[in-house]
Write a protein that binds this ligand. Structure first.
Ligand code: ARG
Length: 263
């Protein structure tokens, strides 16, 4: 009899343990216990995250994360990957936070939990000098390059363009430069940064960003579903940094125009 009760109790405890695993997500206590916040990022997205000297990941989002980690009293651990692996990795609970200029969408909300947004962005069209494409309407029936798994890809497919997807942003840019596509669609601030760098090397006006921006997209960080505790703690810091101007100051440091998330 004693044995049976003992067995039943063990079974009960095991079930409770297993149930706890899948559903609770990451808490701030988990992160503090680990002593580090582990992020997943695709560092091909200046000024938000890119590889600087010595291949160190740097950018606006890394600076925001450094503040968050300081406040939590933990270090930052950076895992690099292609953009289309970031959200699946977070969904599978492999990392604490997806940090990749991720636009909040209803579709993505089914797979990950978003923090509050910290800025607004848009999609921009980039063409080569002398291109006949002058506005979005001119893209009908044209071939465009995008980064795989991005909102640019979704948007362009939705519009019925002929879409070529590339794992790396630099390859989407190269497709335009080498004439494989008629236009490149990419988030506006990254377009500005990459086009500036390209034109500095290849001559002003080699690549042109059209003035008509498309879509409005809030950027936020992504967590594994169920990580509401950690999300709430991160939100406190994000909202404070939005209202006290420290996020705007980071954008300014990177020469990037800042649009607050709620306007
Ligand atoms: N904002 C866009 C999206 O969420 C593009 C993000 C690309 N990020 C990157 N690190 N390459 O789909």
């Amino acid at each position: 009899m004693k044995k049976l009760v003992c067995f039943a109790l063990t079974l009960l405890m095991l079930t409770a343990l297993l149930a706890g695993c899948g559903s609770s997500g990451t808490t701030l206590a988990d992160v503090k216990k680990a002593g580090t916040l582990t992020i997943a990022t695709s560092p091909d997205f200046p000024p938000f995250e890119s590889l600087g000297e010595g291949n160190v990941v740097e950018g606006i989002e890394i600076e925001i994360l450094n503040t968050i980690c300081d406040r939590f009293g933990v270090t930052l651990t950076i895992n690099q990957m292609d953009f289309d692996s970031v959200i699946p990795g977070i969904n599978a609970g492999k990392f604490d936070l997806g940090v990749s200029g991720i636009s909040v969408t209803e579709e993505r909300k089914k797979n990950v939990l978003f923090t509050d947004p910290y800025c607004l962005a848009a999609q921009a069209i980039v063409v080569t000098a002398g291109s006949p494409i002058a506005s979005k309407a001119d893209l009908d029936g044209k071939t465009v390059s995008v980064q795989t798994g991005t909102t640019a890809e979704d948007f362009c497919m939705g519009e019925g363009y002929d879409v070529m997807g590339f794992a790396a942003n630099s390859d989407a840019e190269a497709a335009l430069v080498t004439g494989k596509v008629d236009a490149w669609v990419i988030d506006d601030l990254t377009a500005a940064e990459m086009v500036k760098a390209y034109n500095a090397e290849n001559g002003e006006g080699s690549l042109v960003i059209l003035s008509e921006a498309m879509t409005t997209e809030p950027y936020a960080f992504a967590l594994t579903l169920g990580s509401d505790d950690l999300a709430a703690e991160i939100n406190k810091i994000i909202n404070e940094m939005v209202s006290d101007g420290s996020i705007a100051a980071i954008f300014e440091k990177y020469d990037a125009p800042y649009t607050a998330p709620h306007n």
